[in-house]
Design a protein around this ligand. Structure first.
Ligand SMILES: C[S@@+](CC[C@H](N)C(=O)[O-])C[C@H]1O[C@@H](n2cnc3c(N)ncnc32)[C@H](O)[C@@H]1O
Length: 243
């Protein structure tokens, strides 16, 4: 594995005490869904190898929060393999609960029944650690939904849409792949567009940033923001050719 010291993660890893039932999921279900990169070669990992079936595509969700977005998509797109990363352990526990149908409140799952496909793999840590391992063009869709805004100018480089991460995603995405960024922080959207224009390896392909892309599944954060009067901004990027 890469040396963790090379990457500093500035977010939260733990929140309130995890209930026993969720802790059990972390202890028992997470190890089954967590891919191992031990002994893997840099640049050689094929996402579909992490699944027991051959996914038609692989989609990446960065910072899945409570996991409801990836859980929803995973049920809808059973032929797709999902690689979902989140270092916040309470969020990981919540996704596990969605996946096994034990999440309190409304859930699309009824448990690991015949509707459930084993098409989600969870990386319970900083996604940047595993970027180098994946083969070029591994992902057909990448979701970065409501990333931490890091509003202070001196923290700007912590914003996920920085040029280092853009370069990594450029390599990891296949030719026609789409990179979805949603935020309700206007300055974050503006900064992202500036960074994208400055690097010039992605182009924005959606015209009206106030309209959710087709088939959009709002995250918990998005729903809360809308109720509080915030306006989502949707940015969809595609790789520019020959860069
Ligand atoms: C504001 S929350 C949004 C969560 C979720 N996407 C939503 O919309 O409800 C941002 C999340 O990104 C995660 N995150 C930040 N940096 C990350 C990284 N390098 N790798 C994976 N997740 C990351 C944080 O832990 C946090 O849970």
């Amino acid at each position: 594995m890469l040396d963790k010291k090379e990457l500093r993660f500035f977010g939260r890893r733990k929140g309130k005490t995890i209930k026993t039932s969720k802790q059990q999921l972390i202890d028992e279900l997470l190890p089954k869904l967590k891919p191992s990169f031990e002994s893997k070669e840099v640049g050689k990992v094929i996402c579909s190898d992490f699944f027991a079936f051959h996914p038609k595509e692989c989609w990446l969700e960065i910072g899945f929060g409570g996991g409801e977005h990836v859980a929803d998509l995973a049920l809808k797109y059973k032929e797709v393999g999902f690689f979902a990363a989140e270092p916040f352990i309470n969020g990981v526990a919540s996704l596990l609960a969605h996946l096994n149908g034990s999440h309190e409140g409304k859930t699309t799952y009824t448990g690991l029944d015949e509707n459930r496909v084993d098409n989600v793999r969870i990386w319970d840590d900083d996604v940047r650690e595993v970027f180098p391992y994946f083969k070029d063009g591994s992902f057909q869709k990448v979701f970065l939904l409501y990333p931490d805004p890091w509003p202070k100018a001196r923290h700007a480089e912590r914003r996920f849409t920085n040029q280092i991460n853009q370069r990594n995603l450029y390599r990891l995405m296949s030719e026609e792949a789409l990179f979805y960024v949603a935020t309700d922080v206007k300055e974050y959207a503006e900064w992202t567009l500036e960074q994208v224009q400055a690097l010039d390896i992605f182009e924005q392909v959606n015209k009206d940033t106030s309209v959710p892309p087709e088939d959009w599944v709002p995250t918990r954060y998005e729903k809360k923001g809308i109720l509080a009067g915030r306006k989502p901004i949707y940015l969809v990027f595609q790789k520019k050719k020959h860069k």
